[in-house]
Design a protein. Structure first.
Length: 187
């Protein structure tokens, strides 16, 4: 039987490999460079948003909390006239502070590795063949990296091209994780 503690090395190593693969995907490789576009006359829009003293948070455009208002012709006309969408604002002080976000990303990869290890631990005995470990842990890692991407496009308007690029990245991350676990699976 495999103990969860015996999987500390593949958990850690897969998190490190995925962290650097994500860095390559988002900083070095060109495929994400056009995922975001600037707004026309962004300086004027930013000045208007500053004047309104918008705070960090999530905003829906147009928005109402009242279901009855949602059914009115006036609200439906706001939706038809557009634009519609979601706006995510961050604290400006945190925008350039990458250390905290990178730490959180690494922690996410560690926690995901822990869940992958757990799934392997409860399903695979010691000495399981490389390909079997690879399939099981790779499937778990794929679900962890890619499972929540599709609802963002379905419900929140994230472009499908961005989602598919992130899925491609997630497949690479899952393959790295699977390869690490299969290589270091206890014999």
């Amino acid at each position: 039987m495999v103990s969860l503690a015996s999987l500390w090395l593949p958990i850690l190593l897969s998190a490190i490999l995925v962290f650097f693969a994500a860095f390559l995907a988002w900083v070095v490789l060109p495929h994400h460079r056009k995922d975001f576009r600037p707004l026309p006359d962004q300086d004027a829009l930013l000045a208007e948003m500053r004047a309104r003293q918008l705070t960090p948070g999530q905003y829906a455009l147009p928005h109402t909390l009242d279901r009855e208002e949602m059914a009115t012709d006036a609200f439906r006309e706001k939706v038809r006239a557009g634009p519609t969408g979601f706006l995510y604002l961050r604290d400006p002080a945190k925008h350039l502070a990458m250390g905290s976000r990178l730490s959180q990303a690494f922690l996410f990869y560690l926690v995901l590795g822990l869940f992958v290890a757990y799934i392997g631990y409860v399903t695979l005995p010691a000495g399981t063949a490389y390909l079997t470990v690879f399939r099981v842990t790779g499937t778990a890692a794929f679900l962890g990296h890619c499972g929540a991407l599709f609802p963002r496009s379905i419900f929140f308007g994230v472009s499908w091209s961005m989602t598919w690029k992130e899925v491609a990245d997630g497949i690479v991350y899952a393959l790295l994780t699977a390869g690490t676990f299969a290589w270091l699976w206890p014999g």
